[in-house]
Design a protein around this ligand. Structure first.
Ligand code: MG
Length: 399
């Protein structure tokens, strides 16, 4: 576990009997990092040591079956981290970048989107313009943080809200106001479209923070903006509302960063209720299930938009990008900007050039890991604050 940027990351290291042949994977569930660490160390390691690293599919099934009860973010991340490390080893054995093993490149570059945040309209536009000037064709625009219209900063552990309202000192509560959010987000998106013109693809993340019955009206109100997609309008347990949003709006929908089990995505894909699947690859159990999911989506015309936040290690971002190159139904890739320190801990961390990532040329995932450098940045392992959001009357709401 390491936190070079102040975000707890979990890295799985799989060593083999072949000198120098080591695989790395991302098992980052930052909110419960030590629980994932414990599953890997206490249960998966004794289960796997001595087995043949070449049998990835079989080992994935063994890890899933072994706990009898399966899925859920803790177990999936532990398994997903090992699975990624096994694919990393497979690529190193073959002497090929992973996307080559998965069928080769379907495109010359993988376009990424980055986030233009701001607490005012002018700030959002200025930050969006900076991204466009640096070559980005896709920009996600947020005002006042997630789902909050001036009621929450983008900082994960914000000390105060952007409109000056204090955060409760005992509960660290972060007040958010869905009604204000919807009004300001609608105004912001129309404003950004007018300012940036028709050629930039715009995206927006609701972060499941609107009462689901309000979503059809909100989505209809931003249809004219022509969003590339509207991200995570509903939490997984409210997917039944997607039909209502579809009936009211023509804006494409991206969903799934909270998904952890096939039961959550099978029906909505078959019913074509989403346009983009955006699961977090380690949270669904790694590359092995993600490539199956991508193939399922392809059959129904659904494109990929894997989750790529700051609480995902460079190995996780690399897994996203290798799949992005290899699957025909790639849509877009979320990408954050790693701080310079990440290059020291993770040599070869992927770089964005002109709004895109170009094909990695190193074998496997293509990222190194300096364990001594990682040890300089111990994880905090404390309960997060940003998942304690409350509405103005004090009601806890899903983050
Ligand atoms: Mg999101």
């Amino acid at each position: 576990m390491t936190a070079p940027e102040g975000i707890d990351l979990v890295i799985v290291v799989v060593e083999t009997s072949e000198p120098g042949l080591t695989g790395y994977g991302c098992a980052t569930f930052t909110q419960r990092a030590s629980a994932v660490h414990d599953v890997v160390e206490r249960y998966l390691s004794p289960l796997l040591v001595g087995r043949d690293v070449s049998r990835i599919e079989d080992l994935w099934r063994l890890m899933m079956a072994n706990s009898y009860w399966r899925s859920g973010p803790v177990l999936n991340n532990a398994i997903g981290g090992v699975d990624m490390a096994l694919w990393d080893i497979k690529g190193k054995q073959a002497g090929m970048p992973l996307y080559q093993l998965l069928g080769g490149a379907c495109r010359d570059r993988v376009d990424v989107y980055r986030h233009a945040d701001g607490s005012t309209l002018a700030e959002v536009v200025a930050n969006a313009r900076k991204l466009v000037a640096s070559g980005h064709r896709y920009v996600r625009c947020q005002i006042g943080g997630y789902g909050a219209a001036g009621a929450m900063t983008k900082s994960a552990n914000a000390e105060s809200s952007t409109d000056g309202r204090a955060i409760d000192p005992v509960d660290d509560r972060i007040p958010i106001d869905p009604r204000r959010y919807m009004a300001l987000a609608t105004e912001m998106l129309h404003h950004v479209r007018r300012e940036l013109g028709p050629d930039v693809e715009l995206l927006h993340d609701i972060h499941e923070r609107v009462p689901v019955g309000e979503l059809p009206r909100f989505a209809k109100g931003i249809d004219d903006v022509g969003l590339f997609f509207l991200e995570d309008p509903v939490p997984p347990d409210q997917a039944g509302w997607l039909r209502n949003i579809r009936d009211a709006s023509v804006t494409p929908i991206a969903l799934g960063e909270l998904f952890t089990s096939p039961e959550q995505w099978l029906q909505i894909i078959q019913d074509r209720l989403i346009d983009f699947i955006r699961v977090h690859i380690s949270h669904v159990g790694g590359i092995t299930p993600a490539r199956r999911l991508a193939a399922l989506c392809d059959a129904y015309g659904v494109r990929t938009a894997w989750h790529g936040p700051g609480d995902c290690s460079p190995f996780g971002h690399a897994a996203n990008v290798h799949l992005d190159f290899a699957v025909p139904n790639f849509g877009i890739q979320e990408m954050y900007q790693p701080a310079p320190v990440m290059d020291r801990v993770f040599p070869g961390v992927l770089k964005v050039t002109d709004g895109a990532v170009y094909p990695p040329d190193q074998p496997g995932l293509g990222i190194g890991f300096d364990e001594a450098a990682a040890a300089e940045f111990p994880p905090a392992l404390v309960p997060p604050k940003w998942t304690r959001t409350r509405s103005p009357d004090g009601t806890l709401i899903w983050p």
